[in-house]
Design a protein around this ligand. Structure first.
Ligand SMILES: *[C@@H]1O[C@H](CO)[C@@H](O)[C@H](O)[C@H]1NC(C)=O
Ligand SMILES: *[C@@H]1O[C@H](CO)[C@@H](O)[C@H](O)[C@H]1NC(C)=O
Ligand SMILES: *[C@@H]1O[C@H](CO)[C@@H](O)[C@H](O)[C@H]1NC(C)=O
Ligand SMILES: *[C@@H]1O[C@H](CO)[C@@H](O)[C@H](O)[C@H]1NC(C)=O
Length: 368
């Protein structure tokens, strides 16, 4: 049958295949193109001053004071190794089961191709004394907990990020990259580390993740995430990487930290990081292998390729991790097929979700 097709029929088929692919992957290519960080020369005096300050920042004399400002500082875990990728997972004090699950699954890696990786959990103070005892015990068993001296609450998450950066600068300044993520995220450390190892261009000013473009601040005074005009005046936030997972290089940790120390803004934590980055002249780089807040439908070869997926259930992580880590490699074709399949299914999920929400809203309006 194929042999008998005429030229225009072939054209039609090829056109359709191309259309399908451009719809599926085109957005990524465009985003990447527009958001790529070009080599920048800074003319803004403020940016230059901040970068100079970051260069001169010396944490050594502050170490003792900083380690006192943590309840659990784990200041030694990184000190005598050359860490390539340091991962800090924001976790809630009560969620020991989740931390154990991460320790058993994607967090159970110590090296990729001979480069050391280290995974730690960042916590704030729990409300109860009993839980503090649990956490101290957990820390003694696993040695992978950093606990700041502030109450762990949704409002204090920015403090947690700044604390993680302070810790990195003071106690893990050898780490080339810092991955900041959350306990609800699945991370494929191996593919991420591979990608970072292959970055050929200069390794400074790296701020990679799923970039949120032109987000409008929440101006509804009734809303929990309300941002007043006095906090942030402009119409849009600057481009920033979704807080679900982003990677920054050690120099960027310094630069952001220097700005963050002088900035108090009540905006969402990832936006805060984005604003600090912008003030230091750093441009976020988009990679669509970070899922942002989306849950990516499981496919083994797709999960071996992507960096993160959000909203993972406990048993899902366990089962899928076993499959992913079984050592069987995926061919190029399998990876390609996997990506198409998980992409398409994820789009359907979004659509389904959207429809159910609309129907619910309609029904609600109707009953009212
Ligand atoms: C450390 O903290 C003490 C007491 O808060 C203070 O007096 C001292 O100046 C601090 N040291 C440094 C190097 O900041
Ligand atoms: C981590 O992986 C190693 C093998 O790579 C295994 O022996 C060990 O039991 C795992 N640890 C946990 C907590 O699952
Ligand atoms: C944030 O932490 C500080 C220090 O522990 C605490 O006083 C404050 O109440 C916390 N904020 C919220 C909203 O929980
Ligand atoms: C623990 O983490 C999971 C995954 O993010 C979340 O669904 C759950 O609500 C958390 N539990 C507590 C007690 O914070």
């Amino acid at each position: 049958m194929f042999c008998r097709l005429r030229t225009h029929q072939w054209c039609f088929i090829i056109f359709n295949i191309m259309l399908f692919h451009s719809l599926l992957f085109g957005g990524d290519l465009l985003e990447k193109y527009f958001l790529r960080s070009l080599p920048v020369t800074y003319t803004d005096m403020k940016i230059l001053q901040i970068r100079e300050k970051a260069r001169k920042l010396d944490m050594d004399p502050l170490k003792t004071n900083i380690s006192k400002s943590f309840i659990i500082s784990s200041s030694e875990v990184c000190s005598d190794q050359e860490v390539f990728l340091l991962t800090i997972v924001s976790s809630s004090p009560a969620n020991r089961t989740r931390r154990n699950l991460i320790r058993q699954t994607w967090g159970n890696v110590t090296g990729i191709r001979g480069y050391a990786v280290l995974i730690l959990f960042a916590l704030g103070k729990p409300v109860s004394e009993a839980m503090q005892l649990d956490i101290s015990e957990e820390s003694q068993n696993h040695g992978d907990i950093i606990e700041g001296n502030f109450l762990d609450s949704s409002e204090n998450q920015t403090l947690k990020i700044v604390m993680s950066m302070e810790w990195t600068l003071a106690f893990c300044s050898n780490a080339k990259f810092l991955l900041k993520t959350d306990e609800e995220i699945f991370v494929n450390i191996a593919s991420l580390a591979d990608y970072l190892l292959n970055l050929k261009t200069h390794l400074e000013d790296i701020y990679i993740g799923r970039v949120i473009h032109q987000e409008v601040p929440d101006r509804d005074p009734q809303s929990k995430g309300f941002v007043s005009l006095s906090q942030y005046q402009e119409q849009y936030y600057p481009d920033y990487c979704s807080g679900t997972a982003f990677v920054i290089s050690q120099d960027v940790v310094r630069k952001i930290y220097v700005v963050a120390k002088e900035t108090i803004l009540l905006v969402p934590p990832d936006v805060f990081v984005g604003i600090c980055a912008k003030n230091a002249g750093i441009i976020p780089i988009q990679s669509s292998r970070f899922s942002g807040k989306k849950h990516i439908r499981y496919n083994r070869c797709c999960y071996k390729f992507i960096f993160t997926s959000s909203g993972m259930e406990d048993d899902e992580i366990l089962k899928e991790w076993r499959e992913i880590s079984d050592g069987k490699d995926c061919t190029l074709l399998e990876t390609y097929y996997g990506l198409v399949s998980c992409r398409v299914l994820t789009y359907f999920d979004k659509f389904k979700h959207f429809n159910i929400e609309t129907i619910k809203n309609e029904a609600f309006r109707f009953t009212n």
